[in-house]
Design a binder for this molecule. Structure first.
Ligand code: UDP
Ligand code: MG
Length: 330
């Protein structure tokens, strides 16, 4: 068997057929500047275009290209997790397939992690080609998240980073059903190095992160690592209780002291709509926690692999015909 790779690069792929060749060329060139012992792990997250076809072509041409193909779209974070489960390198790099994260930064990340960090994060200076809504919501999210957790998360960073084997193993051993990799790494708490870069425009195609996927990711992050939304509900409850006591006193005074009969339609509508929407919101927040507790209790697999050319790995539910590793064959 060949030697273990020094660097594994993990690339989540969802309908990126137009980007794969350029990605492969730029990635290989930058990796060769670091080491000859590398593997590129392309994780096809249930693409419905010809991504898997191109991925297989690349892996037939080049033995350092490995692939994992999911049975359906399980989501970006699950694809990254599968890559971490399967990779064998001393270091792992996570990078997007659309070339927004320039592969040319990898040598810098590698040099920096060698100076003694466990993880080195690529920090975005500028973000080109993204809508202002995306930039503002991302900025707000990181600040909100930072406020809600009791550890430090690097602001304005994605998953583009390099980490060492200890971090890879720790993430693989976490029994967390709601995956938010950058939060999980921050939670581990090791010293983090930074390399800054200008985030490019997407090479080809459109974003694969819909609004609902973004909200899902944000909720997974906050709910997995913070109970503050629940505490806020309690505080809001106390506050609204105080307001309702004032309203009751006012209503009684109007009736018994001033003996005025008021029509009251507007006030009733306002009170009913405010109180009922706050109740629904609170129930919703509790529901989000409940849904994630259900996920955790159910212990469902994170993803299902339908095809891969990786044999020795801790991939979940890997039932490939040609090579037949089982769940326990790590
Ligand atoms: N991606 C994925 N599964 C998804 C959505 C996205 O594997 O369900 C991949 C996608 O192919 C890309 C990376 O995750 O490599 C980041 O997605 P994208 O560039 O669309 O997100 P954005 O940069 O717009 O936030
Ligand atoms: Mg992108």
């Amino acid at each position: 068997m060949s030697q273990l790779p020094e660097i594994s690069v993990i690339v989540p792929v969802f309908n990126e057929e137009q980007n794969l060749n350029t990605l492969y060329q730029r990635l290989s060139a930058s990796l060769k500047a670091c080491t000859n012992a590398y593997e590129i792990l392309l994780v096809d997250d249930g693409s419905i275009d010809r991504s898997l076809h191109y991925i297989k072509q690349l892996s037939n041409r080049d033995a350092s290209v490995k692939y994992i193909s999911f049975s359906r779209n399980f989501g970006h974070q699950k694809a990254v997790l599968a890559g971490l489960n399967a990779c064998r390198g001393n270091y792992a790099v996570i990078i997007d397939a659309d070339l927004q994260d320039p592969p040319e930064i990898i040598p810098e990340l590698y040099t920096k992690i060698k100076t003694g960090y466990r993880v080195v994060v690529a920090k975005r200076n500028k973000r080109s080609g993204e809508t202002w809504i995306k930039k503002i919501t991302a900025k707000l999210f990181y600040r909100l998240f930072d406020n809600m957790i009791d550890f430090k998360i690097p602001l304005d960073t994605g998953d583009f980073r390099i980490m060492d084997r200890k971090i890879i193993n720790e993430i693989n051993d976490m029994n967390n059903r709601n995956i938010f990799i950058r939060g999980q790494i921050a939670w581990l708490g090791y010293d983090t190095g930074f390399v800054s870069y200008d985030r490019d425009k997407r090479h080809q195609g459109n974003t694969k992160y819909s609004l609902s996927k973004m909200i899902q990711l944000a909720l997974d992050g906050i709910i997995s690592f913070s109970a503050k939304p629940l505490v806020l509900i309690t505080r809001l409850g106390f506050f609204m209780f105080f307001i309702s006591i004032c309203i009751v006193i006012y209503a009684l005074a109007v009736h018994f002291i001033w003996q005025k009969t008021i029509t009251g339609w507007t006030s009733i509508i306002i009170v009913v709509s405010i109180f009922s929407s706050i109740q629904l919101l609170s129930l919703g927040i509790i529901g989000e926690y409940l849904a994630r507790i259900k996920n955790q209790v159910q212990q469902q697999a994170h993803y299902v692999v339908q095809e891969s050319n990786i044999i020795h790995s801790r991939l979940e539910s890997h039932d490939l015909q040609s090579s037949k590793p089982t769940k326990n064959q790590y």
